[in-house]
Design a protein around this ligand. Structure first.
Ligand code: PRX
Length: 663
């Protein structure tokens, strides 16, 4: 490192707050600090600012109906169509401009550009095809697809005809697909033959077919041929499996009038992990969700129609829904999609893409930033990244060192960073600085967005005040919030509201949303999110329920009991550590260890692969028989165990420690 670099590193290491760059502020979509007060004074009507970013088929007359908390309704008598908002209304001004820039993983393959006119045409054709297959308004259509353009096409085609979609991450297992299709009674699946991972074609249809075998009702399936030969893997297609290309060709030039949906009608379902083994079907609506995705894309990501915006997430997660598809397209910008992994064919890939497309924003996860940091600054340094105007992070806490590395080596100290806290359930960002307004503090997400009321409280619900740790809560509803858990209002109340609300009250002021995260507040009202306080792990920014993991492990022959905790991991943030007791008569063998790992991959997917499987004759339990997970976490991290006297079986910890150490 040269002298100026050393000086710079030293200065950055000491600096704990950063002003938004003046050039950025000058052009920012939102730059008036008065917006916080303005929204507070004018709540809930302030949210017309978000709804006004959309075109409404029927104007709403009421912003919020809070007469039946926590079943809030937003813009409830308005009508709109999400696909019309993402496509039709841009045709006059932006018809020939790129809506989607798609980059495939193989470097020798032609990338694809969809202009707004082209995307509109294909969405119409596929919407007509879906209708012909029998899809009606309110039928749930499942998508099990990787990062190929047909995924957003299918989502928007569903939105056009008022059929909610349920996208299942392509990396999830066949079992996970079946569970989600059964839970939603979904009779339609859109999937593909395969895709590329690290240069090799991967058979996806095989996994989809295996999942379909576990679906308890009949289904029609549409298969996109992503790979060069439609029979690459030699699958026989049945009568209920239709070729996407044929369907679209059969409906060439078709137009489908966008269905006017009530603002409160479901736009999509997204299943996410919770504390029980059963995934939660988070329900998002057409008006509130789309307003939220659009407003936050405008105010936080600073998206303008002429931008080329790059979010490196996967559309199979909420980040991709809100910030690759709905928010950016509603604003008429160019949104990028990259099919592959960030280090294929080498560690320059992301920087090459940014350079080639002159991307203006990069929105990614701390796990990616930690990997870039580990690989070294020489990779980004070799590329011209000066097109970047804003950087963002999402999904997990970012440590100040990684923040500063991102700021310096990717943003060249001239891009604000938005550290955005939110969840599948919130629909979009909730806590972050506004990039054109707020001072940034590495490691702290920032204040709640204007109009968002969040606080940090103790177990009794009293605010903890500056400096202390507690639980993050939202005291007021917001348009992008989930409306319920699909077909399970009771679990919706139990999971998110019961902890801090007076659940018998019909006064909205008595209802408090609990996202199940721990947090700390500083003297400026900035929130540092500390992580989940429930039994959910955050592995590479993805949520995995310990119950789901444990039931997958217990399902393996030879396993009697299992406890899963998150251990610290340099890149993933958290990694899965499994403590396993074998059944009588079974040996603690490498073979069993492999079967356990395989069992988890089969039940959930490779993202859930345990980092370590530690066999143990016993688990540390309290006198009442509860597993002491904190101790298991400390063991995984090699931390000091502190007081173990409350255990029924204190001796077991030293035994487990020696076994974990030897792993
Ligand atoms: O624990 C928080 C963490 O990710 C959880 C939400 O996960 P999911 O629903 O999968 O959505 C991820 C993308 C929004 C939260 O409960 N989380 C998310 N963003 C942050 C975060 N933790 C700290 N800082 C963040 N910026």
């Amino acid at each position: 490192m040269s002298d100026p670099d050393v000086e710079l590193e030293a200065r950055l290491a000491e600096q704990d707050s950063f002003e938004p760059p003046a050039d950025f502020v000058e052009q920012a979509n939102v730059s008036d600090p008065g917006i916080y007060e303005e929204f507070d004074d004018n709540w809930p009507d302030c949210w017309t600012r978000a709804a006004d970013l959309l075109d409404w088929a029927t104007e709403y007359t009421e912003v919020l109906d809070d007469s039946n908390p926590p079943f809030y309704e937003w813009f409830a008598d308005g009508e709109l169509n999400a696909s019309a908002n993402c496509l039709d209304r841009h045709l006059d001004d932006r018809g020939d401009e790129a809506a989607i820039e798609w980059v495939g993983e193989p470097t020798d393959e032609a990338n694809r550009t969809y202009t707004y006119a082209e995307l509109h045409r294909e969405v119409n054709e596929f919407a007509a095809a879906l209708r012909d297959l029998g899809v009606e308004e309110d039928d749930v259509v499942t998508m099990y697809m990787p990062m190929i353009p047909e995924l957003p096409v299918a989502m928007l085609a569903c939105a056009r005809i008022g059929a909610p979609h349920s996208v299942v991450f392509a990396g999830f297992s066949a079992d996970a697909l079946a569970t989600r299709m059964n839970a939603a009674d979904s009779e339609y699946l859109v999937t593909c033959d395969g895709y590329y991972r690290r240069g090799d074609p991967l058979d996806h249809l095989d996994k989809a077919n295996e999942g379909l075998a576990g679906v308890d009702h009949g289904t029609d399936t549409v298969v996109v041929d992503r790979l060069p030969n439609s029979d690459s893997f030699g699958h026989d297609r049945t009568d209920s499996q239709h070729s996407y290309a044929d369907l679209v060709a059969d409906h060439e030039g078709a137009t489908v009038k966008p269905v006017a949906r009530n603002a409160e009608d479901m736009l999509f379902l997204m299943y996410t992990s919770g504390t029980t083994g059963e995934p939660k079907g988070v329900k998002h609506t057409t008006g509130g969700y789309l307003s939220w995705a659009s407003w936050t894309s405008h105010a936080v990501l600073d998206i303008k129609p002429e931008d080329t915006y790059f979010c490196a997430a996967d559309i199979g997660w909420i980040t991709g829904h809100s910030y690759i598809v709905y928010g950016p397209l509603a604003l008429g910008t160019t949104t990028m999609m990259y099919e592959g992994t960030r280090d294929y064919p080498d560690r320059n890939r992301l920087w090459e893409i940014i350079e080639a497309y002159e991307a203006n924003q990069l929105y990614t996860a701390p796990t990616a930033i930690r990997a870039f940091m580990k690989w070294g600054e020489e990779y980004p340094a070799d590329h011209d990244l000066s097109s970047l105007r804003l950087l963002g992070t999402v999904g997990e806490p970012i440590n100040p060192r990684a923040w500063k590395w991102y700021y310096k080596h990717i943003g060249d100290e001239s891009c604000p960073i938005v550290d955005t806290w939110w969840q599948t359930e919130t629909g979009g960002m909730m806590v972050t600085t506004l990039p054109g307004v707020g001072e940034m503090k590495p490691g702290s997400a920032g204040p709640p967005l204007p109009g968002v009321s969040a606080d940090v409280v103790d177990v009794s619900g009293s605010p903890v005040g500056a400096g202390d740790a507690g639980y993050l809560v939202a005291n007021k509803p917001w348009p992008g919030m989930l409306r319920t858990l699909y077909r399970n209002d009771e679990r919706f109340i139990d999971e998110y509201w019961r902890e801090y609300s007076q659940v018998d009250s019909d006064d909205s002021a008595d209802w408090v949303y609990f996202p199940e995260d721990g947090a700390k507040l500083d003297e400026d009202g900035y929130i540092t999110v500390l992580g989940r306080v429930d039994d959910v792990l955050n592995v590479s920014g993805h949520r995995l329920g310990t119950m789901e993991l444990e039931s997958a492990i217990v399902g393996v022959e030879g396993v009697a009991e299992a406890a899963v905790v998150g251990g610290d991991h340099e890149i993933k943030g958290e990694a899965v550590y499994a403590y396993v007791i074998t059944e009588e008569g079974y040996e603690e063998t490498e073979g069993l260890r492999d079967r356990i790992i395989e069992g988890v991959e089969d039940a959930i997917g490779p993202i859930a692969r345990p980092e370590a499987v530690i066999f143990t004759p016993e688990l540390p339990k309290t006198r009442s028989g509860k597993i002491m997970r904190r101790l298991l976490e400390d063991i995984a991290n090699g931390d000091d165990l502190g007081d173990t006297s409350t255990l029924r079986n204190p001796d077991v910890v030293t035994d487990i420690q020696s076994r974990a150490g030897g792993d």
